[in-house]
Design a protein around this ligand. Structure first.
Ligand code: NAD
Length: 358
């Protein structure tokens, strides 16, 4: 991999390699763009097949955070940490404190949070060395589990998508097929049930399915059958790349709105959805509720203010669809354009010199 060519191609600002032999820390902090504010993004811990895979993952995820924050109207940039190691066996106090000190050394350019393989306890350990960490224990003023806010955001985004395609945001009587009844998917199912929607659900976890059947009167289908179910809305809330060459021909829905990251296997699948008239809610916009919630911690967490922000996903989604229809481009491209336009318009504003107190 030609690292600097890659950084140049996608405009990365900084990559920090963190090494501490005593604790076994091997981490990469990637900072993509801080035009809008400090780079906020989670800390992922994973056993990567190679160091190159780890670097690429950090870079790709950091860039994704830039777009997500920009499209969400947050004053944050994009960054991500990747820790190389098995989260089950390689964790220690010294490892996360060593990482915390590296984060502190960036003096606020990067703020971390939980991600795959890390948890509140790890964030608390990082917090011993730096304040540039969110998602710590509630006792320290944290926002707690982000999933309920993510679920609320997806619900609001689904309403906005329905308004665009059906002319009403009332989901009563609509059939929604949900793939994945985890922290976000189940919360979304509850919102939909309360709104009068009919639910078809799938998961690989029998317990979650039973609960949805008994408590939400949901119809249960197998994991591969969900794509063939007659429905108005398909809500991917489990895995990435579920909109692909195989599934796209099977879907009968008029809109796709769910929480999963990277739903389109390739961007051309977004073009195909556009051609087929299936309205796609860009994943990083509709699933930004958790980020909005955690970002509120930076101002001293206020749940009402955070919820208001999450509610704004409705208006942001409407704006995405307005841009998409005006510019005659697929919705996923419209979201990218909006994010890039916001960064560019503020880059100039923020370049005006202001003397900072020492
Ligand atoms: P989770 O792990 O709690 O839930 C995922 C669910 O999907 C589980 O119940 C799992 O059994 C199920 N699942 C796994 N493979 C499946 C398959 N092949 N078919 C059907 N179901 C399957 O995760 P979550 O926190 O609910 O997140 C769901 C998705 O949303 C993920 O893609 C995640 O990256 C994304 N997301 C989550 C948040 C958040 O705040 N939690 C924020 C943004 C994006």
């Amino acid at each position: 991999m030609e690292l600097f060519s890659y950084l140049e191609k996608y405009d990365y600002e900084q990559v920090v390699f963190c090494q501490d032999e005593e604790s076994g820390l091997k981490a990469i902090i990637a900072i993509h763009d801080t035009t809008l504010g400090p780079a906020l993004g989670g800390c992922r811990m994973w056993t990567y097949a190679s160091e190159e895979d780890a670097v690429l993952d950090a870079l790709r995820l950091a860039r994704g955070m830039t777009y997500k924050a920009a499209a969400s109207g947050l004053n944050l940039g994009g960054g991500k940490t990747v820790v190389i190691g098995d989260p089950k066996t390689h964790k220690s106090e010294s490892l996360f404190r060593a990482l915390g000190r590296y984060i502190q050394s960036l003096n606020g350019r990067y703020i971390t949070a939980e991600d795959v393989g890390t948890n509140v306890h790890d964030m608390d350990t990082i917090h011993m060395e730096t304040n540039y960490v969110t998602g710590i224990s509630k006792a320290y003023g944290s926002s707690g589990n982000p999933s309920p806010m993510t679920a609320l955001g997806v619900f609001r985004g689904m309403q906005a998508t329905a308004k665009t395609i059906f002319g009403t945001d009332d989901l009563a009587g609509k059939t929604v097929a949900i793939q994945g009844l985890g922290s976000v998917g189940y919360g979304l199912a509850e919102h939909l049930k309360n709104a009068g929607a009919t639910l078809v659900v799938t998961d690989i976890n029998e317990e979650a399915l039973k609960r949805a059947q008994t408590q939400l009167n949901a119809k249960v289908v197998g994991p591969t059958e969900i794509f063939d179910e007659e429905c108005d809305v398909f809500a991917p809330c489990a895995l990435g790349a579920v909109i692909n060459d195989d599934t796209i021909e099977r879907l009968t829905c008029q809109m796709i709105a769910g929480s999963a990251n990277n739903q389109l296997a390739e961007s051309r699948h977004g073009d195909i959805l556009h051609e087929k008239g299936i309205l796609y809610a860009p994943d990083y916009v509709i699933n930004a509720g958790g980020l909005m919630n955690v970002a509120d911690e930076l101002e001293g967490y206020n749940p009402e203010r955070a919820q208001k922000k999450v509610d704004s996903i409705y208006q942001i989604m409407q704006e995405v669809y307005r841009v998409s229809s005006e510019q005659k481009i697929p919705s996923y491209q419209a979201a990218d354009h909006m994010a890039e336009a916001r960064i560019e318009s503020l880059r100039k504003v923020r370049s005006t010199y202001i003397k900072h107190a020492k």
